[in-house]
Design a protein around this ligand. Structure first.
Ligand code: XMP
Length: 507
């Protein structure tokens, strides 16, 4: 595997993504916790950083345990750090280099540069530049502005590059990373979903005792579903899935997802606790109070069900790699790992150990593993859905009648997205029930009924989002259908706000 030592660059995760795309396994560790060299580590990548190596406070770890023992590739800050530690000179760049540049000199014999063409576009993003290289360092690529765009330390497989091969604007960046991990580090390209499934099944069977029972909260989302399938493959019915209906799911979602799980052979208990949730929410209209009531009720219901599982030793969670990286980030003190199912104090209370079979996977890898395990398309590619569900899409207080009304309108919208092939073009979509009435006219009668807002966004990770530019004809059709079919709604509006400054949800 490849070890990526993180110095805090915004691109570190991308380096890992690109290496994994080459079917080579890699792990990110913060430079403050640089692991010792083991046989598994075939090479090391030093990431970029928002810091300047000239700053006395900047990260400056001792890298002698790696240098000369395994191949090392310094990227941007990593390259400057190696140059400075070797006695070279790093200075502020006279021309700040951000953006595209072209390689006008390449040392063709360098193993790192194989297959890269002259004039290849690379992505620069740095305020410092390497002015003089230490003795024994040779330049292997330059751009018109940056003499030391790439270098090699003679006599050892250590390289530095000033540009960022991990961003797609470096058009041959992947080739360069391939040269490093496959040819120079000699990593086998065997990190595939099938390989991951096989090796995790063996690892899970080794970790989980032969009589141990495992509890997992299922939500119908991708992560918990894939975690369930993987555990099921490893330990069969000793995995006890618990799927709680909080009464705030989409129309018929509870039944249909439960049905899918059962079709996959999973040992899952569906618990319809809708009435408990409605009782806890009664009269509450403050968003935070609603969230708290939903979270608290979930823990109560889940705990009660979990205590029924005899011999339970483990609590499984669908934690994925970005959550893990976040929790060990160099950017700040450890943030607690997001608890996907709000399991509260259950591990301590029931003396459970936690098992996280997806903690090494990125989201798209989770999908690939899910596909390998036969998870149906509609679960694999479903939009994200918030834990509190429709509870935060009914503005104001919640009643079962309002839930039914919103479920009906939401189903018209989502079905239409599916039918027109637009569902997979948007990142998330749903309907919101507004806490107002407005006047309308139907036939000869005036109406005074509720308003529904439609929300659809495009996004990569939900941190920022743009409102989806859905076709007018599509919106007109959905609006007609909702007003005609859902009694109690006489007006539909479309949300055209982006995040920031708006959020995706309305509460
Ligand atoms: P916002 O509204 O903050 O949403 O732009 C970003 C993403 O997070 C989801 N979301 C939640 N998920 N519990 C959840 O599990 C919540 O309380 C919650 N609030 C927002 C939202 O659906 C979107 O995907």
């Amino acid at each position: 595997q490849i070890l990526i030592l993180d110095f805090g660059s915004q691109y570190t995760q991308l380096i890992a993504r690109r290496i994994r795309e080459l079917n080579v396994f890699c792990e990110i560790h913060p430079f403050t916790h640089a692991p010792d060299l083991t046989e598994d580590i075939r090479g090391v990548v030093l990431s970029g950083s928002p810091c300047s190596v000239r700053d006395p406070e900047a990260p400056n770890p001792d890298l002698s345990k790696y240098l000369g023992h395994v191949p090392v590739l310094g990227v941007c800050y990593g390259a400057q750090l190696l140059a400075q530690q070797g006695g070279g000179e790093v200075l502020p760049a006279t021309i700040r280099e951000y953006g595209r540049a072209r390689l006008h000199h390449i040392e063709q014999s360098s193993p790192l540069m194989q297959g890269l063409s002259l004039d290849s576009q690379v992505w620069m993003s740095h305020g410092d530049t390497i002015k003089t290289l230490p003795k024994g360092y040779e330049v292997i690529a330059s751009t018109p502005e940056v003499e030391v765009a790439a270098y090699h330390i003679e006599g050892q497989p250590t390289y530095g590059i000033q540009f960022h091969p991990e961003v797609t604007h470096s058009t041959q960046g992947k080739q360069l990373l391939r040269n490093f991990v496959v040819d120079i580090c000699q990593c086998a390209q065997d990190w595939t979903p099938e390989h991951y499934v096989d090796s995790s099944v063996v690892a899970l069977q080794r970790t989980i005792g032969p009589d141990d029972q495992v509890i997992l909260g299922l939500s119908g989302g991708v992560d918990s579903s894939v975690a369930a399938l993987l555990l099921h493959r490893a330990i069969g019915p000793r995995l006890h899935g618990i799927f709680v209906n909080n009464g705030l799911l989409r129309k018929e979602e509870f039944e249909s997802v439960l049905h899918s799980y059962q079709g996959l052979g999973l040992n899952v208990t569906g618990v319809d606790a809708s009435e408990e949730f409605y009782a806890a929410l009664k009269g509450l209209s403050d968003p935070e109070q609603k969230r708290k009531a939903i979270g608290r009720t979930f823990i109560e219901v889940f705990d009660r069900e979990a205590h029924k599982v005899e011999g339970a030793r483990w609590l499984a969670q669908g934690t994925i790699y970005p959550d893990v990286i976040e929790s060990v980030s160099v950017k700040g003190p450890a943030v607690t790992i997001k608890s996907h199912h709000n399991v509260g104090g259950l591990p301590e209370q029931m003396n459970l150990k936690v098992v996280e079979p997806l903690r090494m996977l990125f989201k798209d890898e989770v999908r690939e593993v899910g596909e390998t395990l036969g998870l149906p398309h509609h679960i694999l590619h479903r939009h994200p859905f918030p834990g509190p569900g429709l509870g935060i899409r009914i503005l104001g207080d919640i009643t079962p009648e309002k839930v039914q009304l919103l479920q009906a309108a939401d189903a018209v919208f989502i079905d239409a997205l599916h039918q027109t092939g637009l569902y997979e073009k948007v990142w998330q979509a749903g309907a919101i029930l507004l806490p107002i009435h407005s006047v309308g006219v139907m036939g000869d009668e005036r109406t005074y009924e509720q308003v529904v807002a439609l929300r659809a966004v495009t996004s990569v990770d939900g941190m920022t989002a743009d409102w989806a530019h859905l076709p007018y004809e599509f919106l007109a059709d959905v609006s007609n259908k909702i007003i005609n079919q859902v009694r109690g709604i006489n007006r539909v509006v479309y949300d055209i706000s982006s995040k920031p400054p708006a959020t995706i949800e309305w509460e």
